[in-house]
Design a protein around this ligand. Structure first.
Ligand SMILES: Cc1cc2nc3c(=O)[nH]c(=O)nc-3n(C[C@H](O)[C@H](O)[C@H](O)COP(=O)(O)O)c2cc1C
Length: 180
């Protein structure tokens, strides 16, 4: 099962719009694909006590993350890096089992021209530290507002094709890792 993670908890997030499309691409190849939306992260996760005792509402999110065979991270650029909400999610996920030997792929997006290279590379560094397997073909979506139509959907056929190719390649990567 592939889990698509929308990498921010901002309301009206473009990352969530893209994550929904990436999820649909994965679902067309494997109906079990799922979406993890960080707006569902309990606010109590930021409490000082949360390091010792996680809020109950975090358990299903952590379980979904752990259950996935592969995780597609959709990461927007915030202050030249990844959103703090995503880093908090990763800090609170059970370690090392959430990361070690797990397969990840990356889609970056930004308001500016960078396309999310910086947050993706920062995230690759974090997950590399956690001994994850990082699928090398990344997709970057610069100037995201111009790429989305009035319904918040990506219509650029070239970009969609890149996402489809990445999804197919990532599935193969996940299958090979499982077989190894
Ligand atoms: C707190 C914050 C910081 C941001 N920093 C950057 C940035 O450093 N570079 C950039 O190109 N866009 C930046 N943006 C714009 C986001 O990349 C843009 O909102 C994009 O739509 C993806 O994020 P979203 O999922 O929150 O919509 C920032 C947005 C927010 C909310």
């Amino acid at each position: 099962m592939i889990l698509v993670v929308s990498g921010t908890n901002r309301l009206g997030s473009n990352a969530l719009k893209i994550a929904r499309q990436v999820w649909a691409i994965h679902q067309a190849m494997d109906a079990t694909a799922a979406l993890l939306d960080l707006t569902e992260m309990p606010l109590g996760l930021l409490a000082p006590q949360a390091y010792e005792r996680k809020p109950e509402a975090f358990a299903p999110m952590a379980a979904a993350f752990l259950k996935a065979d592969g995780i597609a991270m959709v990461v927007p650029e915030y202050q030249g890096s990844l959103p703090g909400a995503l880093k908090l999610f990763l800090d609170m996920a059970p370690a090392p089992e959430s990361f070690e030997g797990r397969a990840f792929c990356f889609i970056g997006l930004s308001a500016g021209g960078g396309g999310g290279v910086r947050p993706v590379e920062h995230l690759q560094q974090i997950l590399g530290y956690g001994k994850a397997h990082l699928y090398p073909e990344r997709v970057f979506l610069p100037k995201i507002s111009a790429l989305l139509d009035a319904d918040g959907r990506l219509r650029d056929e070239g970009m969609l094709e890149r996402l489809r190719r990445q999804a197919a390649g990532f599935m193969d990567f996940v299958r090979r890792l499982r077989a190894a």
